[in-house]
Structure formats: C-alpha cells, structure tokens
Design a protein. Structure first.
Length: 265
C-alpha cells in the first residue's frame, strides 16, 4: 500500500541550512540510509497507519521501499543552523532550494527517468543531477585511498533530512508517475522544500513520453496534507475509493483517497 504523507501547514521560512537533492534508486542507497528513511516514515506517518484499518507493518513498508523501480529524491543538509533567520553557512537560504534546485534538478531528473538512462550514469552534486564527467587520475587515487580506509562519518556527505520517492508505472492501463512518499524532518517543514520536491516529480512526469498524470495516496485523516496537495493542483482521482454504504444507508469513508494532477495540456 502506498503511503500518505506527513506534511503540516506552518508559516513559510528559509531552511535552517543549505540542502543537496540527489536522484537515487534503492540500489544506490546504503542499508543505513534506507533504515533512516524507514524510520522517518514511521516517525511522521506511523500514527496515521496505526489509526487506519491497514495498521503499521514496518517490515512490509521496508520491503516496499526497496522496490527496484522506485526513484528517490534524497535531501541532505549542508552547513549548520546559524540561528539567524534560518539560513545556512553560505547564506543562500530558500533561493537555492526554490529556484536553482527547482529548475536544474527538475529538468535533469525528468530527462534521466524519461530516457531510462542507466542509473549509474546519474549523480547528484550540490542540488544538480547530471551526467558523470570523466574521472581524473587524482580522483581514481582518492577512490583507492578510500577503499583502504574506514568510511568517513555520515556528516561529511550531509545529514539525511528528508526524501520523496516515486515510480513510473501503469494504473488501469494509463502511464503515470505514482508518488509513494514525501517526508521531511521537522526543521525543514514550512521551508517550501516539500513543494520543490513535488515540482521535481512533476517535471520528471512531463519529460516522460505518454505519462498522463501524477498520482498519490493520502490518508483521509491527514487533512493538512490533502490541503497541501490541493494547493498544488491535485484533485480527487476517478479511481479514488468511494464511500461504502452500510445497512441503514450510512456511508463510511475509506481510510485514504487517491489524488492526481494531469501532465501537459
């Protein structure tokens, strides 16, 4: 079951630090990173699962997150929270997240997913996903040295602070992008980063020939998340479950709704 997303409506503010966004697949993420992603889902959406008829099953969710066709947009922080206006060490704040990442990564993610280029040819570098350049002798030497020494601390490649996952697939014969997850750590909520991630996915959908819409699942109880998606242009999808009519005529709403937004046109 695709999950709904834990997003809350709070005043917009700059991010507490600069972030990098990189395109990944389950194969390019470490086991430690996948565990962190799973724990983030449990922290931000576990209560919605437990309150629903499906319940929360960490093992099944972990297996779902390793589906090989999933694409991940991984958010890592760079710099420290300076406590002054929420900007990172380089002082670029929301400009980088909202504009540079939104424009450059959105285009590149769409191209790579749409063309089905080998994921080994895609890398994320400071918010830009693109082709790998030729390696230099120094880089080869650095890699050899890295193999001979223990891995550096996680903080050197940036703290994992959020992610979105999606999959190009078919729903009832229609080619779609299905958004599986979007989760952010508390300090990144309200920074427009969730909107940026959704924009990148929309860009990807527009780059894939034949994709008709972007779809997602949202728990009925998560009213704030639904309002967020509706502001982005998502509407109730034709395949969203209808209320069940009980004896006596009482209608019972499903635990979730399916929302979608068209591509192109």
């Amino acid at each position: 079951m695709r999950s709904s997303y834990s997003l809350y409506v709070i005043p917009n503010r700059p991010p507490p630090c600069e972030v990098d966004i990189a395109l990944h697949t389950p194969e390019t993420l470490s086991s430690a990173d996948l565990t962190k992603l799973l724990n983030l889902v449990a922290k931000t959406s576990g209560s919605h699962y437990r309150a629903s008829t499906m319940g929360w099953n960490q093992r099944k969710k972990g297996a779902e997150m390793r589906l090989r066709d999933l694409k991940y947009l991984i958010v890592r922080g760079r710099g420290a929270w300076d406590g002054e206006g929420g900007e990172g060490k380089d002082g670029r704040g929301d400009e980088k997240v909202g504009e540079k990442v939104g424009e450059k990564v959105g285009e590149k993610v769409g191209e790579k997913v749409g063309e089905k280029v080998d994921e080994d040819e895609v890398e994320g570098n400071k918010g830009v996903v693109g082709k790998k350049r030729k390696r230099t002798a120094d880089e080869d030497e650095d890699e050899d040295a890295e193999k001979e020494t223990p891995k550096t601390e996680e903080k050197e490649k940036g703290e994992l602070m959020g992610f979105a996952s999606f999959m190009p697939t078919y729903e009832d014969g229609k080619k779609v992008i299905y958004v599986y997850e979007i989760h952010l750590e508390e300090e990144l909520r309200g920074t427009k980063l969730s909107q940026t991630l959704m924009s990148l996915i929309q860009h990807a959908a527009e780059k894939i020939s034949g994709v008709e819409k972007v779809m997602l699942t949202c728990f009925t109880a998560n009213a704030a998340a639904r309002r967020f998606y509706e502001r982005l242009g998502y509407e109730l999808d034709e395949y969203s479950p209808q209320p069940r009519v009980m004896r006596g005529g009482k209608k019972v709403q499903a635990d979730y709704v399916i929302l979608s937004r068209g591509v192109g046109g």
